[in-house]
Each structure stands twice: as C-alpha cells, then as structure tokens.
Design a protein around this ligand. Structure first.
Ligand code: DQQ
Length: 579
C-alpha cells in the first residue's frame, strides 16, 4: 500500500507539471459553448451519465421553468433539436413524479413566431392565483434583439402540459429605454408580488455598461412596465445572465414561496450567472424602496459567494410545494471538445437537483442532493473507525465505482497543526488548489477521496480538504482536482476549489459526499457548504475497473468514524419509448 501511494505521489507530481502546461495557470474557465479544438475524438458511450438529467440526444444547456404543478415536476431545458453543439435553441420538456426518473415529451416552445425566431431562450414559470400557470421566456427576434414572451398551457386537462400557446401580444416586454443594450436583455425570473400588490419579475441586462437585474411590474402578467430603478445593479461587471430571486429563512431547511406571505426574519437571495459560474448575494428585499439590498457589498466579484465552485451554470430554483422545500437545478457542460460532442451525439447534463437553504447565521447557502436520489442506492458498503495516518490510503471496494454515492466523515484528531490562512488565496482558489494538490503535505490535510483511479493511479480524480487557522476561526479548503482525471490531452482539467468557514472547536468532523456518475463527479463538502460539480473523461479506466480510496496526506492523523458507499442504479432518464 505504501509503495502504491509513493508511486501515486510521483505520478501526480509529474503529471501536474504537464497538465499545468495544458491548462494554463490563468484560471481558464469552462467552455460554455465549446469551440472546435484540434484534438482527435476519443468517444465512449460510457461517459453518458446514468442518473443525471439529459435528453436522449443532442445539446442541452440551461434548466428552464422548473416547477411542481398538479402533482407533476416539470423540467424544461435549452435544447438544440438538430445537433450536439449550441444553436437553434427551443425548449425541451420532461416530466417526473420524483425528480430522478424523467419522461421525455415533445418540444414545449418552438421558434415559430417573429418574437422568438432566432431562439427560445431561458425563462421561468409562475403559478398565479387560481392555479393559473404562465411561463415567461426570452426570444431572439429577427434583428437579434432580446424580447420577453409569454406562453400558457394549451390544454389544462393534459396532466403533462405538452402543448403551450403563445400570447397574442408577444413580445410582452421589449428592450427599450436609454442605456439598455438590446442584445443583453434576457432570462426573466419567476414572478413575485410587490408592496403595491402588483406582479414583479427581474430580467438580466446590461444597463449603461453595468450589470443589472431590471425590475418590471404588471397587474395581469401580460402588460408590463419597467420600474424606474433596477431590483439591483452593479458596476463590477457588464451583464448578468439567469438572475434568480428567492426568499429563505436562516437555519430553516424548508423553502419559501416568493409569491406567498414571507415570514419575519426571512432573507432574500439574488443569484446571477457570470464569469462562467453562479454567484449570489444574501440581503433583504426592501419593500419601501422596492429593491434588493445586500447585507455585504464586495467590489471584487472574485470574492462573491458561489452556488457551486465547479462546472455549474445558469441555475434556476423553484419552490416545491409537495415537500415544502426550495430546489435548485444547474447546467453542467461537457469539458471535452466539440468534435467529441458531435461524435457522442450529445452534450450537457443537469446537476442532481439540490435542496437549497440558508445556514443559521444567515451567511451562506447550503445544498444537498434531493432525498429522492437515494432511491437509486443499491448494495451498501459500510466501514467504521478507520484511521488514516500520514500517507494513509484505504481502498473502498465492493461498489460500482463508475456509479456510486459515497459519504465519508473525517474526524480530526487534533486541530493544533493547522497551517495559517492567507486571505489572498480567496482571490484565486483554483490557483491555490493547483499549488496545494492532493500530494502536497500540510499540517492538517490534504485528506479526502480519490475516485475513478486506474491501477497505478496515473489516472484519478481527487476531492480533498485542508484545514487552515485564521484569526478567530478555521477555514476549510475543498478542492476537486481534475488534472490527472484523464491521460488524454486537450481536455479542460482544472483544480476547482472553494473555502468555507467552520467551527472546528465545536464540530470536529468534516463531511464529504460525492456522487459519481460515469463522467460526472459531484461533491458536497462540509454538509453542503461547498459544492463542486465536475466532468471527467478517463481513458485508462473507462472500459476496465476503477478504484476508489479514502486518503490522508496531512501530518495530522485523520479518523474516519463512518464511511458508507452505495452502487447507484441507472435511473429512467428520458428513455425513448417512455413517452
Ligand atoms: N443561455 C441562454 C440564455 C442565457 C444563457 C441561451 C446562459 O438565455 O443567458 O441558450 O447560459
């Protein structure tokens, strides 16, 4: 065991140098709409996920209009019906009763009117009084201006709501007014009722060169006027995509319906998509000024909180009245090449839907996979009382290592050895994860999980923690390091990372949950404080056997009081013939 770990260290060190050259060290980001790269295509259908959401074929991006309505969950999505790269975008549609198994339906919104002829882009659903349902979405018109359109269900006796009727007065909102960029005006939110009893929505926009969530109001959801000030705007960037606005109660994992009465003590969250990731601010919706007021304004947007520190974008949340929770969905792109995607015939998945709520201090959102995903758990492996000394490596055997759900608690035997925290790391956590890799020893950590590892560890993905001592508190670094995830060159293989504060005096355990689904490695650290979604395309293990290990490369011994792992069954995700 010691020998193989030493080999691992050597290979990691060597390969990291090589992959740094491939990846660059400038915080390169996920390819949102991948450009063709000059790499040959190595395609395996084994990369196709078994329980993450995706249509039978072709390209998908943002989740759209998620909702629970009359006993059915609906998931719409940005979809190219003609291929596996972005383009010709319409709204795909699937329905479910458990958020895990999905039935594919026909296109819900097609590009067939002047106000959406160049694309039916992202939007949201709102349930109006009397259980009336309406969807508002962005259309790209013949001049490629972005306008907002309405659709309503055509046949209310169809439980799946397969067909949708476009409003006669579409577009209901046009990009007019001084300083508004008509090509950067999109992605309307779910509606809520404001202080004057009128409906409100926010639309992502570029206004006078700043990014803004523009505020519109309406009596009937059909006729809209722009409020003279945005819900919120910032000069730290020039456009926000996919704003999401919702209410949360600190320390309460139950969700709130933004159009119902909001209890005292509730906070509001404004999420925005920019810089290839989803960021958010916590604050209040001030009824007097009819605007969002963040608790803290950080000028440097690299320091803004993130929904996920990996490959996760354009997320959208909804209130699930069935279980009284808020659920968030996000899009995860491929990180292979567009020629691979053409060869595979598909591109893009959605992360597992997550319950989202606010921690008891009102400082950050917490997320956890919806409990329904546990219905896929098969045989369970259970270990207790493991001890991982420096260099310790424990192989987790007995599960399907390509389709697994793993939960590990790491318990620190002492916290005295924590190295000092340097706040400048917060400006580029990926850089810090590259420097502080899984094989680089520190006082406490790195310890964590290695997944999809080949026999000799030359190919593996490491998800790990390190503990640092800041002035009053402890800061935990969580990394998901993809630099050795594949021997194949030309992939996007960053070392994702995020920090969270932790009261280590009180809670000596740090938890990690990782969902492995063929080319998806989705991790939740510190009980959902940092989430990291990643895509991997191993070649050495893809048609063989993959190994999974718990490890510790820190000086301080780490205990594992509990380790559980399950093989995950395949879900019925949009299987053809189910409709
Ligand atoms: N995707 C949509 C836009 C949105 C972007 C187009 C975010 O509406 O701004 O497919 O990924």
């Amino acid at each position: 065991m010691a020998q193989s770990w030493a080999f691992f260290l050597l290979v990691v060190l060597c390969f990291c140098c090589v992959s740094d050259l491939i990846c660059g060290s400038n915080g390169e980001r996920v390819f949102l709409y991948p450009q063709s790269q000059k790499v040959s295509s190595i395609v395996s259908q084994r990369y196709r996920t078994a329980y993450h959401f995706q249509p039978p074929k072709n390209w998908i991006n943002d989740p759209n209009g998620p909702m629970y309505y009359n006993g059915i969950y609906h998931e719409f999505y940005q979809y190219n019906p003609n291929g596996s790269v972005w383009g010709n975008i319409v709204w795909g549609h699937s329905v479910s009763t458990d958020l895990i198994n999905w039935i594919p339906l026909e296109t819900a919104i097609a590009r067939d009117t002047p106000s959406d002829i160049n694309g039916c882009w992202t939007g949201s659903a709102t349930i109006l009084p009397g259980n009336r349902l309406v969807i508002i979405y962005t259309g790209a018109d013949p001049e490629k201006r972005q306008v907002q359109n309405i659709v309503v269900p055509k046949n209310m006796s169809d439980p799946y709501l397969r067909e949708w009727t476009k409003a006669g007065n579409n577009p209901v909102i046009q990009p007019v007014g001084p300083g508004l960029n008509s090509g950067q005006f999109r992605d309307p939110t779910t509606g809520w009722v404001g202080p004057d009893g009128l409906w409100r929505i926010a639309v992502g926009a570029e206004l006078n060169g700043d990014s803004a969530a523009l505020l519109y109001k309406s009596k009937d959801f059909l006729n809209w006027t722009r409020v003279d000030h945005p819900l919120y705007s910032s000069n730290s960037s020039s456009m926000w995509e996919c704003p999401d606005f919702f209410a949360v109660l600190p320390g309460n994992s139950g969700g709130l319906d933004l159009s119902a009465a909001i209890p005292n003590g509730a906070k509001h969250v404004l999420k925005m998509s920019l810089d290839s990731c989803d960021k958010y601010m916590i604050g209040v919706y001030d009824l007097k000024s009819d605007s969002f007021i963040p608790d803290t304004v950080l000028d440097d947007r690299r320091l803004w909180l993130r929904i996920d520190y990996g490959n996760f974008y354009a997320s959208k949340s909804f209130f699930d009245s069935k279980k009284g929770r808020r659920i968030i969905w996000g899009w995860t792109n491929e990180t292979d090449s567009s020629s691979d995607d053409v060869a595979k015939g598909w591109a893009g998945i959605h992360a597992i839907p997550r319950t989202i709520w606010l921690d008891s201090h009102g400082k950050q959102l917490l997320q956890w996979p919806v409990e329904e995903v546990e219905s896929l758990r098969g045989n369970e492996i259970n270990h207790q009382g493991l001890e991982l000394k420096k260099g310790g490596l424990f192989e987790i055997k007995g599960t399907d290592s390509f389709q697994a759900d793993v939960e590990i608690d790491f318990e620190l035997t002492s916290i005295d050895k924590a190295d000092p925290f340097d706040p400048s790391w917060l400006l580029d956590v990926e850089k810090h994860c590259r420097e502080a890799g899984a094989s680089v020893n520190a006082g406490i950590g790195p310890f964590g999980l290695v997944v999809l590892a080949s026999d000799n560890m030359e190919e593996h993905t490491a998800v790990h923690f390190r503990v640092y001592k800041s002035e009053q508190k402890y800061m935990i670094l969580m990394c998901s390091d993809l630099r050795s995830s594949s021997l194949r060159p030309g992939l996007y293989t960053p070392a994702y990372g995020g920090f969270f504060e932790y009261d280590l005096e009180k809670e000596k355990k740090i938890s990690l949950r990782t969902l492995i689904d063929r080319s998806a490695v989705e991790s939740f650290g510190g009980s959902g404080r940092v989430c990291i979604m990643a895509r991997v395309y191993p070649v050495a293990v893809v048609d063989g056997v993959a190994h999974m290990y718990a490890f510790n490369n820190g000086s301080a011994t780490v205990r594992v009081p509990q380790l559980r792992a399950w093989s995950m069954r395949r879900a019925q995700v949009n299987v053809k013939g189910m409709e």
